[in-house]
Design a protein around this ligand. Structure first.
Ligand code: HPA
Length: 244
């Protein structure tokens, strides 16, 4: 079953008819919210609100291990994660929807693996290409049916938050090769890889990264873009399910 992880601006999904709410406890603790099983475009899907429902958890407070494990326990076979991001390069203008193909992780102090229980053998998963190519292609094809600017590829830089970056940090991230910046892509993506769940991301650009415009970044500005953009994201997810 296809599973969605909704980020800021996507705590509940338009068009999803709820069938069951799974209150799942995992070996790694409790997920951010109940895993919602529902019907979208006539098919069964799972949905989890990354920051809780209501939205209360900051990016570094999210129990990513419990979230990904809970989706697997509820029957997920692949995950599409949605997040709001800042744009760094010209490739990622505000309001565009990026399907990234790479990640650089700048976050710290998070639980980043399921393999820390001293079980033999030690496992090092391959993460050269963090996103599942075929799921990315399906997402791009779904996005082509929606009136939105879709961007194929880009590097997602995962920062710790909850504060936004300094202009110098964004400039360093740009030299590193990052196109977009967000706070939740890691360790979520690698945990999905460890559980062998194909994973891809839809990143809605909601503001220019720090120092990339001459205005201060305000929550009002971000919320206005999120409001319009998440509607398009939901349309794309519905098209993805309809095509599956
Ligand atoms: N930086 C980090 N995370 C974000 C941003 C940003 O500018 N915008 C939305 N999420």
């Amino acid at each position: 079953m296809l599973a969605f992880i909704g980020g800021t601006g996507l705590t509940r999904m338009d068009g999803l008819t709820v069938i069951h709410r799974h209150n799942i406890d995992t070996e790694w603790g409790e997920p951010s919210a109940a895993v919602v099983e529902g019907e979208l475009a006539g098919k069964r899907v799972l949905f989890l609100a990354r920051h809780g429902d209501p939205h209360v958890l900051l990016p570094h407070q999210v129990n990513y291990r419990a979230n990904v494990a809970a989706l697997k326990q509820a029957g997920a076979s692949e995950i599409v994660a949605v997040n709001a991001v800042g744009g760094i390069t010209a490739r990622a203008p505000t309001a565009a929807i990026v399907v990234p193909d790479q990640i650089i992780d700048y976050s710290y102090g998070r639980e980043t693996t399921y393999f820390d229980k001293r079980i033999a053998p030690v496992v090092h998963v391959d993460f050269s290409w963090p996103f599942a190519p075929s799921l990315r292609q399906r997402l791009l094809s779904a996005l082509s049916k929606v009136d939105a600017q879709a961007i194929n590829g880009g590097c997602y830089g995962a920062t710790q938050g909850p504060r936004l970056e300094t202009a110098a940090e964004i400039s360093r991230m740009e030299s590193d090769g990052c196109d977009i910046v967000g706070m939740t892509g890691m360790p979520e993506a690698v945990l999905a890889r460890e559980l062998e769940l194909p994973y891809a991301m839809l990143s809605l650009v909601v503001n220019p990264g720090a120092g990339k415009s001459d205005r201060e970044i305000t929550m009002e500005e971000i919320e206005a873009v999120i409001h319009a953009g998440m509607g398009k994201v939901c349309e794309a997810l519905t098209a993805l399910v309809a095509d599956a």
